[in-house]
Design a protein around this ligand. Structure first.
Ligand code: CUA
Length: 188
């Protein structure tokens, strides 16, 4: 009898210890959720740039006449792209080799993928956010740019071309553009 009551005590102690441990784990998890929630609200990441997807074509840097490759005053090139179901605008990107390139891209509807084959460029394009990344192409050549996020029934047909050409040839083309159309692409 005495034996029974002592094993009962042991079982109760062990159970209570496990219950306490579980409560502590739950409290730690709740604490983490509250902390990260507050942290996110007070210090949003500095690189998040937002844009209103429903007015992309009306005003701002992503209007159609501003898409494509633009030479900046410092000699670098900014390439602006909009993804929509089921194409990229422009459909063919013209890019100079050996030149600092800044891509700025966004989506006007759903999440799309941005990937340039044979490079490490790989990003998601989310409506409401501007994806920005910098790179330099060391060689001329052609790449494919398939959408790699499932975005609907036409997803597998959504892709663009990327043509990397000699810097001098690109700059010559940029200079011979009429003053009112400063964007280059290889859309025919
Ligand atoms: Cu756009 Cu898949």
């Amino acid at each position: 009898m005495a034996m029974n009551s002592s094993s009962h005590d042991v079982a109760e102690r062990v159970e209570r210890r496990w219950a306490t441990l579980v409560i502590v784990i739950i409290l730690v998890l709740i604490g983490m959720v509250v902390y990260t929630g507050l942290q996110w609200a007070m210090m949003p990441p500095s690189r998040v740039e937002t844009v209103r997807p429903e007015t992309l074509h009306v005003s701002g840097e992503f209007i159609e006449s501003n898409l494509g490759s633009a030479v900046e005053p410092d000699g670098s090139v900014t390439v602006r792209i909009v993804a929509q179901q089921y194409s990229f605008t422009p459909q063919c990107l013209l890019i100079p080799a050996n030149t600092p390139i800044t891509f700025r891209a966004t989506s006007s509807d759903v999440v799309h993928g941005f990937l340039i084959t044979n490079t490490n460029i790989n990003s998601m394009l989310e409506p409401g956010y501007i994806a920005t990344f910098r790179t330099t192409f060391n060689q001329t050549g052609e790449h494919l740019m398939p959408c790699h996020e499932f975005c609907g029934v036409g997803h597998q047909g959504m892709w663009a071309h990327v043509k990397v050409i000699d810097r001098a040839a690109f700059m010559q083309m940029a200079e011979s553009m009429p003053a009112n159309s400063r964007r280059l692409s290889c859309v025919k």
